[in-house]
Design a protein around this ligand. Structure first.
Ligand code: CZF
Ligand code: MG
Length: 203
């Protein structure tokens, strides 16, 4: 039995992580699954700092293989904002709708050809022995003029990935999982897991 603790409370993210992790663990549990009431303050200035803090906090408590994902949206016309502040962009208690509305308001005078953006995902994995591994994925695209679609989570209804004319929320989750920032970070992580576990999956 190989167990992975995932240091996230975000259900949309957790769902994707469970789909992307592959067969290296036969039990994947998130902070929501085991109902731990812990509030990790994400005060780092980079995705790397925050992912490391989330992973270390949970590993230190449980001493089991732990994965953390810190991610966000960088908008060119806003100088890379909201970036590491993506989750708290419209305040601590705000909803995904509030964050989308704030971003669209800030971009209301920005024409279509200047609405470039990218999603970033940094994964930090800590193995049973406490060794730390980090991978990153980037997905380029642009910000739509209005929200569209019901799939996914977060900013998905306003992000149109390069090569497509639909938002992540309009695309099938399987397509998002082939091209997203998170899937790219997982491609690299799975190479590392393959080495750690000698290609042995639990399938
Ligand atoms: O539309 C989206 N599609 C994605 O694929 C995606 N990945 C991240 N995000 C957004 O970026 C912030 C992450 O912040 P974040 O890494 O701190 O996560 P979080 O605070 O939600 O949960 P936790 O993992 O920290 O518990 C949150 O606002 C997410 O909505 C995404 N939005
Ligand atoms: Mg967070």
């Amino acid at each position: 039995m190989r167990k992975l603790l995932v240091a996230t409370k975000n259900e949309g993210k957790a769902k994707e992580i469970k789909q992307l992790i592959g067969g290296y663990f036969n039990d994947v549990v998130t902070l929501k699954d085991f109902d731990i009431n812990i509030n990790i303050i994400e005060d780092g200035s980079t995705f790397e700092d925050n992912a490391l803090k989330k992973a270390k906090t949970i590993y230190t408590l449980y001493r089991q293989p732990t994965l953390a994902d810190d991610s966000g949206l960088e908008v060119d016309a806003l100088g890379g904002k909201p970036g590491v502040m993506s989750a708290r962009y419209a305040g601590e208690k705000a909803t995904d709708e509030d964050r989308i509305k704030k971003l669209l308001d800030e971009l209301k005078d920005v024409p279509e050809d200047k609405r470039g953006a990218q999603f970033i995902c940094v994964l930090v994995f800590i193995d049973q022995q406490g060794r730390i591994y980090q991978t990153k994925g980037i997905c380029r695209g642009k910000i739509a003029l209005e929200p569209k679609g019901k799939n996914g989570f977060g900013y998905d209804p306003i992000f149109i990935p390069d090569g497509f004319d639909k938002t992540f929320a309009e695309l099938d989750s399987q397509i998002k999982n082939q091209i997203s920032h998170r899937s790219k970070a997982f491609e690299n992580l799975k190479k590392i897991l393959g080495e750690i576990y000698n290609e042995g999956t639990c399938d």
